[in-house]
Design a protein around this ligand. Structure first.
Ligand code: PLP
Length: 397
């Protein structure tokens, strides 16, 4: 009898975390690695948020709280959803979880079971497929096209829809491409799916990182009917440079959120009480830091996209949002380094790591081979140096 269950043994390790771990190991060995692997802001958490957490500790706010989060935090989330997204929710419709990741996992586990399918346009965030598998369901993957800037189209959704689809994941801006849906296209997609009884899981974690004057529109705000079939997932991680604090949340129809709350009550209970006080300050305090960070990411995006396109054998479409450049590296295929002939994006990633001391994540991790993902939430100096190294390594091929 196997020691580990079939369900758990079929889970692949997170490729982004594996690549970061490998880069960190090389760093510990004294190798100067520039890592473009970990998707988190390089900024520190704003001071007012940190100060709120310090006060919470000093005042002894260190005990269990209500499972879905303290009422003032859920009220602050409702106020945010109204102010920024035009959505009306009540605190009982909100569950605060350990990052967007836990919120997503609990939503999939609540909505899906054996035999259900979840439609997932690719490239997609690394954890969706594994979380869907853990829920006992399967991912129905279908590719978007580079020539459409990886934006999913209504025709693609209609053609790939199949009976048994229980949910559809909207991730906009997208990780790893940064693509943002056109509002009309999103409306057509949402109306079509809702008509079929499909739930939308709207992963909005990059909503504030959006460029060229584009406007963020979340699916639930498109109509009351769509809202009834949508679960909004969001987190403070990317917006407020709070990845380590682990604060995310889900908002949705009461019956579903009550079930999510019951589930979380037995799995982890409430998130860290101190992080909850910090989260209230983040959502309700001054918001300047958010636009300052977004403006800096916009500046780096201009640089990295131009730079990648100037390197022989590589190209990159301009991301509409988030802090990722998804570079086409198929031009490197067929070249050799050492004894290795580069045949796929995994080989390219290994080539970058070994020959340029640069860590990236291969597209296959996002269910989209042929590409690698660069994170540009790094200092300009690091981005410049990293791409200098990649350029030099490619020129030696
Ligand atoms: N959703 C997407 C698309 C992400 O890229 C990430 C993190 O990289 C998450 C969710 C999870 O974020 P968190 O750190 O809040 O768990």
């Amino acid at each position: 009898m196997s020691m580990i269950t079939k369900k758990i043994s079929q889970i692949s390790p997170s490729a982004t975390e594996s690549m970061s771990a490998l880069a960190n190991k090389m760093k510990r060995e004294g190798i100067d690695i520039i890592s473009f692997a970990q998707g988190e802001p390089d900024f520190d958490t704003p001071e007012n948020i940190k100060a709120a957490a310090v006060r919470a500790i000093q005042e002894g706010f260190t005990k269990y709280t209500d499972v879905p989060g303290i009422l003032p935090l859920r009220e602050a989330i409702c106020a945010k959803l109204k102010r920024e997204n035009g959505l009306d929710y009540e605190p009982a419709d909100i569950v605060v979880s350990a990052g967007g990741k836990q919120a997503l996992f609990e939503v999939f586990a609540t909505l899906c079971e054996e035999g259900d399918k979840v439609m997932l346009p690719t490239p997609c965030y690394v954890s969706y497929v594994e979380q869907i598998k853990l829920a006992g369901a399967s991912a129905l993957l279908f590719p978007t096209k580079e020539e459409n800037n990886f934006r999913v189209t209504f025709d693609e959704v209609r053609e790939n829809y199949a009976p048994g689809v229980k949910a559809f994941v909207v991730n906009c801006p997208n990780n790893p491409t940064g693509c943002v849906y056109e509002e009309d296209e999103l409306r057509k997609i949402a109306e079509f799916l809702v008509e079929k009884g499909v739930y939308l899981v709207s992963d909005d974690v990059y909503e504030h990182l959006i460029y060229d004057g584009r406007k963020f529109v979340t699916a639930a705000s498109l109509s009351p009917r769509i809202k009834e079939k949508t679960i909004v997932v969001n987190a403070l991680s990317k917006t407020y440079a709070m990845t380590g604090w682990r604060v995310g949340y889900a908002a949705g129809p009461r019956e579903i959120m009550t079930a999510v709350n019951n589930y979380q009550g037995h799995v982890s209970g409430n998130i860290n009480s101190i992080a909850q006080i910090a989260a209230i300050e983040a959502l309700s305090g001054p918001q300047e830091a958010v636009s300052v960070m977004a403006a800096e990411f916009a500046r780096r995006r201009e640089y990295i996209v131009d730079r990648i396109n100037s390197i022989d054998r590589m190209s990159c479409v301009k991301p509409d949002g988030a802090f990722y450049a998804f570079a086409n590296v198929q031009g490197v295929y067929g070249a050799s380094f050492g004894d290795t002939v580069i045949r796929n994006d995994l080989d390219v990633s290994r080539f970058f790591l070994e020959e340029a001391h640069v860590a990236v994540v291969p597209g296959v991790a996002f269910e989209y081979p042929g590409y690698v993902r660069f994170v540009f939430a790094k200092s300009m100096e690091a981005i410049k140096e990293g791409l200098d190294r990649v350029e030099r390594a490619i020129s030696r091929l």
